[in-house]
Structure formats: C-alpha cells, structure tokens
Design a protein around this ligand. Sequence first.
Ligand code: PHE
Ligand code: NA
Length: 456
Amino acid sequence: SANASTSRAPAQQWSTRISFILAAAGAAVGLGNIWKFPYVAGENGGGAFVLVYLFCIALLGVPMLMAEVLIGRRGQQNPVNSMASLAREAGAKPAWKNVGRLGVVTGFLLLSFYVVVAGWALAYIPITATGTFVGLQPQEVGQMFDGHLQQPLPLIGWSTLVLLLTLGIVGRGVRKGLEKAANLLMPLLFVFLLILVGYASTTGHFGEAVEFMFKPDFEKLTASGVLIALGHAFFTLSIGGGAMMIYGSYLSPQVSIARTSILVAILDTAAALLAGLAIFPIVFAYGLEPGGGPGLIFVTLPIAFGQMPLGTLFGTLFFLMLSVAALTSAFSLIEPAIAWLTEKRLMSRFKASVLGGSGIWLLSLGTVFSFNIGADWTLAGKTFFESLDYLISGWMLPLGGLLMALFTAWVMKPEATAEELDGDSAAYRLWLVLIRFLVPVVIMVIFLQAIGVIKL
Ligand code: PHE
Ligand code: NA
C-alpha cells in the first residue's frame, strides 16, 4: 500500500501475524486483567458491571484499538514521527505529533508505577513458594501485605528487578526481544490461567463464581460503575498510550488490522474473565469478600492459598502468571520511548534503554514511597501513586485515545484509512461510524462528567 513513509526493514517487523497478535495481546493482558478487573468487578457488584464492560470493549475499545494500530502501521515509525508524517500526508497541522508525544510520556509515567505493582507480584512468588501462608490467620496475611509495603528498600529491589528484566528484553529489539518473549510467554500465560481455572473448579464454588460474574443485577450498577467499566475497557486494551501504535508500526502491510485487533481484544477479555473464574471460586469457597479492593489478590487470595490443598503450589503458579502478564505489558510501555529515542535522537537501543530505564526508575521511587515514608505527601487527598494512577487512567489514556480516534476519523483522508482497513468491507463502514460518532461523544461525556459540568 502507499504508506506515508517508507516501510520498516524486515528486521524491524514482526515476522508473522501471530507474533504481532501475541505481542499485542502481551501488551493488553496485564495487571489490568488479573489484578484490577477482578477487584473492580467485585466492588461494583459483578454481573451487570461485567456486561457493561463487555459492551465497552466491543463498541468502543475495538474501534479505538484499530485506530491506534492503523496510525502506527501507516506511519511505520515511533508514535511522534508517525503522527507527524500522517498529519503531513493529510495536509493537517504538524501539532498533531503532540499526540505521539503524549503517548510516549503516558507510557513512561504508567510504567513508573506498573513496575512497582509488578514487583509485588514477583516478590510474592518466593513468599508463596516457601509456604509462608500455610496456616496463617486472615489478619496475619493482611499484616504481611501491609508490612511488605512498609519497607522501601525491598520494594525498590523488586521493582528494579522488573525494570531490568523489561530492559533486558526490550534492549534486544523487535525480533530477538519483543517477539521471542511474546511467543514464549503468552502461550505459557494462558496455560497457567487454564490450570488455575481448573483448580478453582475443584473448590465446589465454581457455579457461585459464574453466577456472580455473569448474572446481571442492575440494582447493583451505579453511574460511577459504568464510568469505571468504560475507563477500564480502554486501560485493559492498552489504548491511548502509544503502545499499540508502536506495535502497529512493526506490522507488515499485508495483515488485516480489523481481524487482528478483534483477536487481541478477545484474548484480553478471555484473560480477564478467566482470571475472575480462577479467583472468585476460591474467594467464595473460603467465605471471603469479593469486593476486597486492590488487596484482593495479595491478601484475600493468599488467605485461601494458606488453607487449601496444594495451595502453595497453585499460589506460586498464580503469582508467576501475574508476573508474566505484567512483564509483557511493561515491554510495550517503554517501547514507544525507546523507539522515539533511537529513531529521533540517533541513539543506540542500548543507550536509549539505559536512559529511559533510569528515568522510570527514579520516578518509580515516588510510587514506592507513597506506601511508606511518603504516605502523607498527598495532593487533594491522593498519594503520589493514587494521583499518578488517576492522572493516567482517568485523563491521559482517554485523552490520547480520543485524539487518536478524532485524527483517524476526521483528519486522515478516508482513502488513507480505507487503504489500511479494507475499505470496501462492511466492517470498515461500521468502524467509521463508531470512531466518528460514538467514540468521541462517549469520551467527551466522561470528561464533562469528570470536571463536573454534567452529572451522571
Ligand atoms: N493493558 C495493560 C493492562 O491491562 C496496561 C497498559 C495500558 C499497557 C496502556 C500498555 C499501555 O494491564
Ligand atoms: Na489488559
């Protein structure tokens, strides 16, 4: 196809369509699926929330994912340069490249707290494997987690390890690093998830979990629950942070963006639902609270792991799976910055990794300290970690997604988007309607409600 710029060299492309799907699914499936989805679903009453979430994924998430991948694939460069060259092609203002900059910065900031939470997961592998939870009382398990958060040095050690693993892979480049890791880790992740669901089904409370997750009780759904479902749908598909844009830029022109994006969304959704089916039967079997909040998997689950047969084995497997999911997302969060540094500033991948990694490491200290020595450094009642999470998930990702949607829908020439998306298919026409009207309207409504102009 007539791209806006020349295509990347083959060594700078995914070698197969499957590799892209696995890498993009790796970016999508992360802490959002296994840590966040179950607890927000639990807090918001289950079934009805899940239903709204599924609608958001299908009607808003998939078209937005396609838009972001499309920009990358047609631009064939890092998010900043891709936006710049597509703006040029469309005869639009060069300022559109700021959307690429926003993506790079968002990914960078998000990774700074992502590595900390991923570090908790990594730390819980040896903690669980050594049988720490066996026979502990619920409040002792809670105290363990609190105690874990109290000590800055070990927390820094674990998040540093996550960052080093990430840089070790990303530093190797697209084929030897990102692609190889995704091809190995993603199948493993799904095998682990299925094993854990199988294990959960032996607790005798599987039916209760299925009912909790899939039987909608609209009495339990609030307006804020709907907004949370929507925000989480963007977050979980990695929309708006430049990750899918950079991965799209490594995609060969022959591959169908619509089909691969739908598949990635299906894999991400499957991972979230399977995580719920692995977690809730255990929670119910031990009479615990499904609305356990952020501590659901670090406190509620370990209580159960300490009591159930083979709990040490399956608990270890659980935190291993969580770490794998977090790592493959971490790759995608730093890749936009690294590609930008190498392609723009003419720096080697290695140097870019060291530089980017150091910046993220420094910033991650803010999140680490917000659980201990900096717990009272608050802004509008939010700790550093909570402020960063709110800023990114509540504002930066939706804003990035909105701008990308507007750009592909209204700024790019329809001939250009048609060329990337099989212009004569019914799917293309449906995409165009959703991305032009539904997506912008819904995101603007969220923003208006967030700044208090309207009240839902
Ligand atoms: N989708 C990832 C998750 O569910 C988070 C993420 C957001 C990753 C944006 C990359 C970009 O955990
Ligand atoms: Na996800």
